[in-house]
Design a protein around this ligand. Structure first.
Ligand code: NAG
Ligand code: NAG
Length: 242
């Protein structure tokens, strides 16, 4: 037990800049850095979450107060593009060593992300045919990822939680004690008003809660041979299945 704080300290000290959701694109227009995104601390915005029981796993934000950021309107069934960078909307996306999946969830905003409220709308993990992770594609694409807002969800205010999971230290084992994981999780939340004709209210899961250090998608050594990769969390919500 004594070794844990020193491991965490070592991680903190060696942690160079990682990444955060810097911009979203709505209706094909790039929003300014941080616009319609729950705020992050300037010095902490690139720091990963590694405690799977931490409330930071929701949105990695300094404020869950909806009035602390704008809300961007988006029509159900259209795409929102998430864009990640280390700096303010420019330059490096994420270190190329930080390989792993991309995941996107939504929840009704009035829940503030608490309870079984998060449904997954997108995931991309690993393609064994091309040995390509989602983060590899993201880097190639300038940090941008297109996500479709489910066409049938009921109109209203939502959080859209984007997440990258970096697995470069995931199989280290030593840190996979308690609720700590060797994986590095990078969640952030955009704040959206979804309009449309839908009425679906998809079943959700709790964040934190849904991930465990022993999940095969988090407890994995990506430097050893593996045949497939299991993305953590629930299945992606399919419109029409509510
Ligand atoms: C996107 O288009 C919809 C429909 O025209 C509009 O209601 C919404 O405000 C637009 N969003 C932004 C961020 O411009
Ligand atoms: C919307 O995003 C999906 C991937 O989530 C992509 O397949 C599709 O081409 C995108 N559509 C547009 C119009 O960009």
């Amino acid at each position: 037990m004594q070794i844990l704080p020193s491991i965490l300290l070592a991680f903190a000290l060696t942690a160079n800049a990682h990444t955060h959701l810097s911009n979203i694109w709505v209706n094909g227009t790039r929003q300014d850095p941080g616009h319609c995104i729950r705020p992050y601390g300037v010095s902490t915005r690139n720091s990963p979450v590694q405690d799977l029981s931490s409330d930071d796993l929701r949105c990695r934000t300094t404020s869950m107060d909806p009035s602390d950021t704008d809300t961007c309107g988006v029509v159900a069934g259209t795409n929102v593009t998430a864009e990640w960078h280390k700096s303010d909307g420019t330059g490096t996306v994420i270190s190329s060593s930080h390989k792993g999946p991309c995941l996107v969830y939504m929840s009704k905003m009035d829940s503030e992300g608490v309870g079984n409220v998060w449904f997954k709308i997108y995931e991309d993990g690993y393609d064994p045919d091309t040995d390509t992770w989602c983060t590899d594609k993201l880097i190639k694409n300038g940090g941008k990822l297109d996500v479709t807002i489910p066409v049938d969800i009921e109109p209203g205010n939502y959080l859209m939680r984007t997440e990258l999971i970096a697995l470069h230290n995931a199989g280290s084992g030593a840190s996979s004690t308690g609720s700590q994981t060797g994986a590095q999780l990078y969640p952030n939340c955009a704040q959206l008003y979804v309009s449309g004709e839908g009425s679906a209210d998809p079943t959700g899961v709790a964040i934190p809660g849904v991930y465990k250090p022993t999940d095969p998608g988090l407890d994995i050594n990506i430097y050893k041979d593996f045949k497939s990769y299991t993305i953590p969390g629930p299945d992606v919500y399919e419109p029409g299945s509510d």
